[in-house]
Design a binder for this molecule. Sequence first.
Ligand code: ZN
Ligand code: FE
Length: 240
Amino acid sequence: MIEVVRIPVLSDNYVWLVHEPDSGETTVIDPAVADPVLAEVVKHGWQITQIWNTHWHPDHTGGNAAIKAATGCTVTAPAAEAGRIPTLDRAVGEGDIVCLGEIEAEVIEVPAHTAGHIAYLLPSECAAFVGDTLFAMGCGRLFEGTPAQMHANMQRLAALPPDTLVYCAHEYTLANGRFALTVEPDNRALVERMAEVEALRARGEATVPTTIALERATNPFMRAGSVEELAKRRAAKDAF
Ligand code: ZN
Ligand code: FE
């Protein structure tokens, strides 16, 4: 069993620390910055052995160099973005397996937010680290890809086991939910979820991880019935 720790950094990023006790390995997923991550591992008495990046954006890789220098860890990142992640040791793509001790993470390619964006699926842990592809009630902006690609990503993630814990890289839930309500004002699951989210945020609490089941019930991008519908919703959200 892995232990997962959420580290809130910058304005709304979540860096995820994943510890595997049998091997003692710890990986950092998408370290935007180094210092808060290094401070957090000390608190737990862990040592960082790996970094896993989902895409090249600086708010996901900005801590790579300093963490690598401090710990000697190895950096795994998307092969398609290797040129933009100079700290990379291992370039991975669709179907590759990355190990944390005996725990296997399967790499899937989910391009659209960036051209080489990947996600790490840990089937034995019922966990998925999805970077900026899937958010609670939202999806990433289409900076380097198409609505068709994001639609395919949403359908693929929707097919994961419903109880899969989805670890996204930002706390965007409240704004996403407000937009989602404009799309499906009568969706009861969505209305109920927003009441919970508003209460959590009012107390300063995190709303992530989410689950595939919750997203299937409330996420307007995962629920888009066609590429065209997703494209329309994404454009409306960009202007929301
Ligand atoms: Zn990003
Ligand atoms: Fe980001």
